[in-house]
Design a protein around this ligand. Structure first.
Ligand code: GLY
Ligand code: MN
Ligand code: MN
Length: 455
């Protein structure tokens, strides 16, 4: 992803915001890494995806790079990245190299990553505090590197205060920044959502009894890549029949049968931003009576949650509203007995609805950010008030497995309906409605098999 120069300024702005916060904590040095490439098998690597926090502060998408920020008498931002290497670039593609990266991305300085271990100890000397992120996939390696740099720094100077003696985790402050999306981020997320919605429409048009889950996965990927998305945001879930009751069933080789419901939870990542959509439809194009009854309950639950997705509400309001509608529906259909309040209080609905109604969405599909009021993200804090610029999913579901306690006509019905919502000043905007959600509209799309070209 090579962004035009006018779009690069946001990364420098974020670094400057973080440096200001570091000063408020007494100043010091921050070190953040993006992972090196990892071997998949023999000399073949996994497709590289940059670390989200690192990207948020740099815009730099190459592997094996480090960001160093110094909040001192004079602030400095430094990048350590892979050096130019004509032979490797012949095989793997052009690298920025330190000099061009510094100029393009606006770092005060950039160096070859092979110089990191030599440079860091001297940067640590005399620095009171170190800031970093010690959770996540890079943390064991990062911790070892930091210990080695500190030991090397200590060896060159006397006195216990010669190297950082205080540690501050950056996760929470960066998560707070990432939680509110700016206009450019929302633009990208809308574009990702629109592509993903098209993928779902195509999958519905192609689905029919006798086809495999993996064939629908292929249709989704076709649309995502055809419209420029670099990747899926997460492995595609395509689940037919009983598989739909497995929340994260990966598309496999099961065959869609007449009478099955098919649940697809799949979406693309575009320019580093995720989308996340689920739709559920009948393999044969027509919902059965029991399928339609449960489908409409889930849709009503989603509507109830969306109505409470606004800056006037707390995070949990949507989930509570969805649980209420789902539980009443289960009582109405005879899948539960007793009173609404009783079924909610005892958790009797949970065998049919065992997940939350949403999560933050952003660069990561389950994006960062506390669901409780800051500063502490612990269980005692009230649920967070929603704010314009937050993005979340709204994804209620019902999952009815084969059971002696459930009428047979409901067995193996798994339904989830998931849309992505941007909180606005007045409520929310569902940005994934390029794929219809009403049962009648879905049936109409599925009658339209013929418009799909074989390409
Ligand atoms: N696609 C994963 C989820 O909906 O949380
Ligand atoms: Mn989701
Ligand atoms: Mn999903």
């Amino acid at each position: 992803m090579n962004l035009p120069a006018q779009d690069i300024s946001c990364f420098a702005r974020r670094r400057s915001q973080l440096l200001t916060w570091m000063h408020s904590q007494g100043g010091g040095i921050a070190v953040l890494a993006t992972a090196p490439e990892r071997v998949r098998n023999r000399d073949n690597h996994y497709t590289f995806r940059h670390d989200s926090d690192f990207y948020y502060l740099t815009g730099f998408t190459e592997a094996n790079a480090w960001l160093v920020l110094i909040a001192g008498q004079e602030d400095r931002s430094m990048l350590f990245c892979e050096g130019k290497h004509p032979e490797r670039e012949l095989w793997d593609g052009v690298r920025w190299g330190p000099q061009a990266a510094a100029e393009h991305f606006g770092f005060d300085q950039a160096q070859d990553v092979s110089e990191l271990d030599l440079s860091l100890p001297s940067l640590l000397v005399g620095t009171p505090r170190m800031f970093t992120i010690l959770s996540g996939p890079n943390s064991p390696e990062l911790l070892t590197r930091i210990q080695n740099w500190s030991a090397a720094a200590r060896a060159t100077v006397r006195g216990s205060r010669a190297v950082p003696h205080q540690w501050t985790d950056l996760s929470e402050v960066i998560a707070e920044m990432r939680l509110i999306k700016d206009a450019a981020e929302l633009h990208t997320m809308r574009a990702a959502a629109a592509i993903s919605a098209q993928g779902h429409v195509r999958a519905m048009q192609v689905a029919r009894p006798g086809r495999h889950e993996y064939e629908l996965e292929a249709e989704l990927l076709h649309v995502f890549r055809k419209h420029g998305a670099q990747s899926v945001a997460y492995d595609s879930i395509v689940a037919t029949g009983a598989n739909a009751c497995v929340l994260h069933h990966r598309a496999g080789n099961a065959i869609m049968h007449d009478g099955d419901l098919v649940l697809i939870d799949a979406a693309c990542e575009l320019d580093g931003y995720a989308s996340d959509i689920t739709r559920t439809f009948p393999a044969n194009g027509k919902f059965s009576g029991p399928q339609r009854a449960l489908y409409d309950i889930v849709l009503a639950a989603q509507r109830a949650a969306a109505d409470l997705t606004s800056p006037a509400e707390r995070w949990n309001a949507g989930h509570d509203a969805a649980v209420k509608v789902l539980t009443q529906g289960l009582l109405d259909e005879g899948l539960l007995q007793g009173s609404l309040d009783g079924a909610i209080e005892t958790g009797a609905f949970q065998p049919f609805y065992m997940h939350r109604t949403g999560h933050w969405l952003g660069m990561d599909v389950h994006d960062v950010g506390s669901y409780r009021e800051p500063p502490a993200s612990n269980e005692d804090r009230p649920w967070r008030m929603l704010q314009a610029g937050m993005v979340l999913t709204i994804e209620p579901g019902l999952y009815v497995r084969r059971s002696d306690t459930v009428p047979e006509q409901f067995w193996n019905i798994g339904i989830r309906i998931e849309d992505d919502a941007v909180v606005t000043s007045a409520g929310c905007e569902l940005i994934t409605r390029g794929v219809p959600v009403e049962a009648d509209e879905i049936e109409a799309i599925m009658r339209n098999h013929a418009i799909v070209s074989p390409s």
